[in-house]
Design a protein around this ligand. Sequence first.
Ligand SMILES: [Zn+2]
Length: 191
Amino acid sequence: MGFFNWFSKKEENNKTTTSQNIEEKYQNILTQLEKHKKTAYLPVVENNPNSFSTHSKYGGYPYLRNENDWPICENCKLHMSLFLQLNLSELPIKKDEGLLQLFYCTNQEQDCESKLEAFFHFSKATACRKINIENHSAEIKPNNITIFKEKRIVDWQPKDDYPHFEDYAIHDLLINLDDDVYDLLDERQAG
Ligand SMILES: [Zn+2]
């Protein structure tokens, strides 16, 4: 929410508002947003040594079906960094078989991100794929310059999730949000 810090700049006179008042307004907003409430799942992570495992994880090494299976950036010809691997059988809901893997080239020396416009869909400096788990993972020495430290996703924490203030319009919500209530929604990660 760093972009919206200006919303949290309270005027001095707002300090007279009691916290009880804010809580009431907050609850009132949640009631108005109730029919748009969804359950979100936040990953719970643990540091883990980099491993060619089939676990859900951020960073580290990907599961590889064979030793040529690690996606290579078309610009620098190096292995791309693994950003995320989701084992679909470990999801909290809508479980499935297989792995979803997301790779992104972070090679700044060769400027792959801008040369191949990695921030657009289907760039050759990124790869997103769904693969089946076959045998044990192949294990190779990556030629990638950046391997992020592996954080294994060990659990998913459910939470109530409401539309963010900026999305009220697309839901036809006409709600005036006071700065202090906005802050509370932000602080409690409600929307
Ligand atoms: Zn590259």
